[in-house]
Design a protein. Structure first.
Length: 153
C-alpha cells in the first residue's frame, strides 16, 4: 500500500440485532441498532486511469451488497452463546423455528461493534478479490450517532 494515496470511503446503513454475551447490562438482552458501516479502500500502487481508488458503485455493489444480503434485518448471534444455543435447540422442529433460523446469523465472534468491524476488515479483501489493485484498509461500525468503533489495517 502506498501511504500517499487517498482512501475512498463508502458508508451503508443496515438494521441488525445482536446480543452481547457477558456485557453485564441491558446490551446482554436481544436488541437492535440502525448500524452505519463505513468501508475505507485505498489503491495498492496508484489510482486508476480515471484518477480514482475504486468506483464508489463497485464498493456499493460488492461491500454494501454483502451487508444487505447477510446482515440486514438479521440478528447476529455468537456461535458460542449458551443461552441462544439452548433457545435454538428448543425451537428446532417447532412452528416458528424456521423463521428463527432465517433471521439468525451465527457468527464466530461475540457481536460487539469492535468484533463486527474486525470481522469485516478481515474478510473484506476476499470480497474485493476481483479488484486486485485495491485494499480494504478500514472499517467503521457506528451503533448509534454517539458510539462507534473503527479498525484500521
Amino acid at each position: 500500500m502506498n501511504s500517499n494515496l487517498p482512501i475512498a470511503y463508502r458508508s451503508h446503513e443496515i438494521d441488525c440485532g445482536h446480543r452481547v454475551v457477558g456485557q453485564g447490562g441491558k446490551c446482554e438482552h436481544l436488541h437492535g441498532h440502525r448500524y452505519k458501516i463505513t468501508f475505507g479502500v485505498t489503491a495498492v500502487r496508484m489510482l486508476d486511469e480515471v484518477g480514482r481508488v475504486l468506483d464508489f458503485s463497485v464498493m456499493k455493489s460488492v461491500l454494501c451488497q454483502w451487508l444487505e444480503d447477510n446482515w440486514d434485518h438479521k440478528t447476529l448471534i455468537w456461535n458460542e452463546d449458551p443461552d441462544m444455543i439452548r433457545i435454538n435447540s428448543v425451537m428446532e422442529g417447532r412452528e416458528g423455528g424456521l423463521l428463527l433460523r432465517r433471521s439468525i446469523v451465527w457468527v464466530p465472534f461475540n457481536p460487539t461493534a469492535e468484533n463486527m468491524a474486525s470481522y469485516l476488515l478481515g474478510n473484506g479483501n476476499y470480497l474485493l478479490k476481483d479488484y486486485t489493485e485495491v485494499e480494504l484498509v478500514s472499517v467503521r461500525v457506528e451503533e448509534t450517532s454517539k458510539c462507534y468503533t473503527e479498525v484500521v489495517r
